[in-house]
Design a protein around this ligand. Structure first.
Ligand SMILES: [Zn+2]
Length: 631
């Protein structure tokens, strides 16, 4: 496919552009008393199109151009010049479609209640599928030319170089590309195989009969997904236990149904794997980014080997929460230390600027360009989409950043994260042609998480009181647990359930629960008396939407490990590492992510990056224990 795959499929757009966390995305409006809407903190969409009628004109023009692309069919093999001309035309239309899509989405997200804006966003999405259908002949035609002819064309026509990566990638996919009739048929099955995810999503978000509980302070909480996220952090242990027991009992009631939906999803993946001649679903998923299987294997092996570090954290948590008897699964979420320190958006900009300084002048110039211009929509408001994301697809314009800045440290950290994506896009877009500017999720998240780590390290260093220091250290620690250990546990579960189906078996709710329970116990040290896991919580697998994303979760763990490795190199003032990092960002999507990261000094198939993360985690705990022992 000539289109840069990082914009496809749509699930990836959702995860990448809109940020996936390990918990279900909560569609809840958070309104703060801060009603500042100075123009400076509202993004300026006129940089994309002067007004909606200009957007409309662009959309209609693109629709016509998409239709015209079908006329190019049959021309690729004529000469290197016709291959170039066809590839250029497709590429140009694709670039316009992305810009149209970015505008429609940003506009819709500012106030999701406006139906016309939602409709525009849907229309822009349709352009993607129309485009995809209009050029479905491209790859088969390219493959039919054969490697030799393609190599000749590439040598004859230097202008083809910008398409070289995707052309060669199409060749790499040849063993898994089928004859055109079967490709068409397979494309049509996607509507069937995506059914499980849609059913799950409606069921888990809209149809679950959420119960209401009364906390010890008399407050009533409806345990929806959002209510559970808040309730599980309760300071009273009895409250937490009640929240857990009530919430998971509801899920438990639907174990059989949720199991049948999951079975349908995984059977669908196995079908895709089989039809395309892959040995396993994991192999198929890794093939996409050309990620060596050793990365996945090393991740899982290293995490299992370092479980004692996770268990050390749980013991420290038990001490800080003052739990005298057994530690339970519901003791994982309450914050270790509370801090009432305000971070206004100006503070966030300022602390991030100081924290990112080691990344060098070029990085900081791009950062300043962003914060001084109207690239971001800062504060929450009625109807605005929740969460945060960076949208960097408008190649000729600039990145946009959506925040819901809440004036706390978490908001500052999110700001640093999203600007990691924004600067990445600025540097990649400046260095790369459109065709190779789009980068992978793995590299994107690595760059952003590293920014969060640099910020953390700085505020820990500068903290004025022990409590403040413990607060930041605690946040850093919890991020490592949630993103490295928990996501790897998910990744192990995902692999196991896929293997179960691949070996001809069927998944049921109770089978899934017992597989999940084994992992929960192993990761949380149940047998070693670290955390006692009650059987009821084994239904947690049903609550995680990411098991419908086809081997997505392991990337959270590899990204945070790579980020630890990079942060370790850069924070020691290693000039070469800093330069390699900038080169990595500028490389965009000009090579496969594993290769790019290896050139930046981080080899994900070796234990080093994972061990750097574990070392970071132990160092945080050393610091915390020193403070606690002193007090
Ligand atoms: Zn991100």
């Amino acid at each position: 496919m000539i289109m840069n795959k990082h914009y496809f499929p749509l699930t990836l757009i959702l995860c990448f552009l809109f940020g996936c966390s390990d918990e279900p995305l909560v569609q809840e409006v958070v309104t703060t008393p801060n009603a500042v809407t100075s123009e400076q903190y509202l993004w300026d969409l006129t940089d994309l199109y002067p007004d909606l009628s200009a957007w409309q004109v662009a959309k209609e023009k693109a629709a016509q151009q998409i239709k015209d692309l079908t006329k190019l069919q049959g021309t690729l093999g004529n000469s290197s010049a016709t291959l170039l001309s066809a590839s250029d035309q497709i590429s140009a239309v694709y670039k316009d479609v992305v810009r149209i899509y970015v505008h429609a989405n940003l506009n819709a997200d500012v106030d999701t209640r406006i139906a016309e804006n939602q409709e525009r966003s849907q229309l822009a999405r349709n352009l993607f599928s129309d485009l995809s259908a209009a050029i479905s002949w491209y790859n088969p035609e390219l493959l039919a030319l054969g490697e030799k002819t393609i190599a000749q064309f590439l040598a004859q026509e230097p202008e083809l170089a910008k398409h070289g990566f995707s052309i060669n990638d199409a060749l790499r996919r040849a063993p898994h590309t089928l004859v055109s009739e079967i490709e068409t048929l397979l494309a049509k099955t996607s509507k069937l195989t995506s059914g499980a995810n849609s059913i799950y999503s409606v069921f888990a978000n809209a149809n679950m009969p959420w119960p209401t509980v009364t906390l010890s302070n008399g407050k009533e909480v409806r345990l929806s997904q959002a209510g559970y996220s808040a309730g599980r952090q309760a300071t009273s242990r009895e409250d937490r236990k009640m929240v857990f027991d009530t919430f998971w009992s509801v899920w438990q009631d639907y174990e059989a149904t949720l199991g049948a939906i999951m079975n349908s999803q995984i059977q669908g993946l196995a079908f895709k794997t089989d039809a395309r001649n892959y040995k396993s679903s994991l192999g198929r998923a890794l093939f996409d980014d050309n990620m060596p299987p050793e990365v996945y294997e090393t991740l899982v092996a290293e995490v299992n080997q370092s479980l004692p570090t996770l268990h050390r954290y749980f013991k420290l948590r038990k001490r800080m929460l003052g739990i005298k008897d057994e530690m339970r699964y519901y003791d994982i979420y309450p914050p270790l230390v509370n801090l009432n320190k305000q971070f206004s958006i100006e503070d966030s900009i300022e602390v991030t600027r100081r924290a990112l300084k080691p990344l060098g002048a070029e990085y900081m110039a791009a950062y300043d360009l962003g914060v001084k211009n109207r690239w971001m929509h800062v504060y929450p408001s009625e109807g605005k989409r929740s969460g945060a994301y960076m949208s960097g697809g408008a190649y000729d314009v600039h990145p946009y950043v959506l925040l819901n800045h809440n004036d706390d440290f978490e908001s500052a950290s999110t700001f640093a994260h999203e600007y990691g994506h924004a600067v990445h896009s600025v540097l990649a877009n400046a260095q790369q042609p459109w065709e190779t500017a789009g980068y992978s999720t793995f590299i994107a998240e690595t760059a952003s998480i590293m920014n969060e780590m640099l910020l953390q390290d700085m505020v820990i260093e500068e903290a004025k009181t022990d409590d403040e220091k413990l607060f930041y250290l605690g946040i850093g620690l919890e991020a490592l647990r949630g993103t490295f250990y928990r996501q790897t546990m998910f990744a192990e579960f995902e692999l196991k359930i896929n293997q179960e189906v691949e070996s001809g078996n069927v998944l049921t709710g109770s089978k899934l629960s017992s597989m999940y329970l084994e992992l929960l116990k192993r990761y949380h040290g149940h047998d070693q008396g670290v955390i006692t896991i009650d059987d009821l919580y084994s239904i947690e697998w049903a609550y995680i939407p990411h098991f419908y994303y086809d081997f997505y979760v392991f990337q959270y763990a590899t990204s945070i490990a790579a980020a630890s490795g990079l942060a370790k190199q850069i924070s020691t003032g290693n000039q070469q590492a800093q330069q390699d990092f900038i080169t990595l960002l500028k490389a965009g999507g000009s090579n496969y992510p594993y290769e790019l990261m290896r050139k930046a000094g981080i080899d994900m198939a070796t234990p080093a990056p994972y061990r750097a993360l574990v070392e970071r985690m132990n160092k945080i705990m050393d610091e915390m224990e020193t403070i606690l022992d002193r007090g």
